[in-house]
Ligand binder design. Structure first.
Ligand code: UT7
Length: 319
């Protein structure tokens, strides 16, 4: 029997405050019409007082553990993907650990911006397959609202806050992660970055993006990496039941699906409700489609994302 890492449960959490495009247009020079036409976004959630990356992550983990029917004491690994940690250090994963009442386990953060969840999933999956972990919480959680320039209409309307998590456990039933492909190309740092940091300006900084160029790279890179991952699993695109993409822009999702000949109704789309939640977007979309019954046990799903760096990746999972 092959030991794989299977998704035993999913969960997510959103800040209480939901903000419409119309509400944003009261303070930013934009319109509901522009945002919907260019991005497909209608709403985003924005963290309020007391809501942080680790509190959202903890809530997402609680719901994933519940779905898996597992007590937090069974967890021996926590990997939190985020570009907006509560503090520069310690890792927000250790705050989640404490909030869940886990006295001892491996806990650390992974930083690959919007691809962070794919990177975290790959590390956790490798550790489980190697036998150095048994049950992991893999989380994507972000509070991008706190690194946005609210005077830059080209970026501030695109992002939202939230968290998603999965319980990943050793399994020999044939389910689990079948293949993963990850990439990074640092030559494109300047197309999507934050203009601050502890070792440069000593400040947190604000997000900057050349949206049109990121868009162009995203469609090509995502289509290629999905093909690589599906081939790596020994499958064909026609075997894929669901694509769960990073939710940056409805037009990127449509263009990528068209490039691969995938029917649009097989692509999970939540960008309309959540906007771009960076590392949280894939597990948030996954949890949404599991809970509404679209994704069922045994389905072949492809998770994919691309973000700052650039970093990008895809993972094929028998759910
Ligand atoms: O998660 C990481 C990956 N990120 C992405 O994948 C984002 C990829 N990029 C995109 O999604 C799109 O490029 C955007 C949604 C960011 C922008 O769409 P676009 O069709 O590429 O528009 P643009 O940036 O070329 O701007 C078109 C026009 C400009 O006006 P002019 O110069 O043509 O007069 C902008 O100033 O739209 C204007 N504009 C806006 N107008 C109203 C830009 N932002 C806004 C806004 N409201 N919020």
């Amino acid at each position: 029997m092959t030991r794989r890492a299977a998704i035993l449960g999913t969960g997510s959490a959103l800040p209480r405050r939901r903000v419409s495009n119309a509400e944003l247009a009261e303070t930013v020079d934009t319109s509901d019409e522009w945002i919907v036409e260019r991005t497909g976004i209608h709403f985003r959630h924005i963290a309020g007082e007391g809501e942080t990356t680790s509190t959202l992550a903890t809530a997402a983990c609680r719901s994933a553990l519940d779905a898996a029917g597992m007590d937090s004491s069974a967890i021996d690994l926590i990997i939190l993907a985020t570009a907006t940690p509560d503090q520069t250090f310690p890792a927000s994963a250790t705050r989640v650990q404490t909030a869940l009442g886990i006295d001892d386990c491996v806990a650390f953060d992974v930083q690959a911006v919007c691809s962070g969840f794919l990177y975290a999933l790959s590390v956790a999956e490798s550790m489980i397959r190697a036998g150095s972990a048994t049950n992991a919480l893999v989380i994507g959680s972000e509070t991008f609202s706190r690194i946005l320039d609210w005077e830059d209409r080209g970026t501030c309307v695109l992002f939202g806050d939230g968290a998603g998590a999965v319980v990943l456990g050793a399994d020999e039933s044939g389910r689990g992660v079948l293949s993963t492909r990850l990439h990074a190309d640092g030559r494109h740092n300047e197309l999507l970055y934050v203009d601050g940091g502890p070792s440069t300006t000593g400040t947190v900084g604000k997000l900057r993006m050349k949206g049109r160029e990121v868009f162009r790279h995203a469609v090509v890179n995502l289509a290629n990496v999905m093909r690589e991952a599906v081939e790596g699993a020994g499958l064909a695109m026609s075997d894929v039941d669901w694509v769960v993409p990073h939710q940056a822009n409805a037009r990127i999702l449509d263009a990528t699906a068209r490039k691969l000949g995938l029917p649009a109704e097989r692509v999970v789309m939540t960008v309309d409700q959540h906007a771009n939640t960076s590392a949280a977007s894939v597990p948030l979309a996954l949890d949404t489609a599991v809970r509404d019954g679209r994704i069922a046990r045994g389905d072949v799903i492809v998770l994919e994302a691309m973000g700052g760096g650039f970093t990008w990746g895809a993972s094929v999972v028998r759910f």
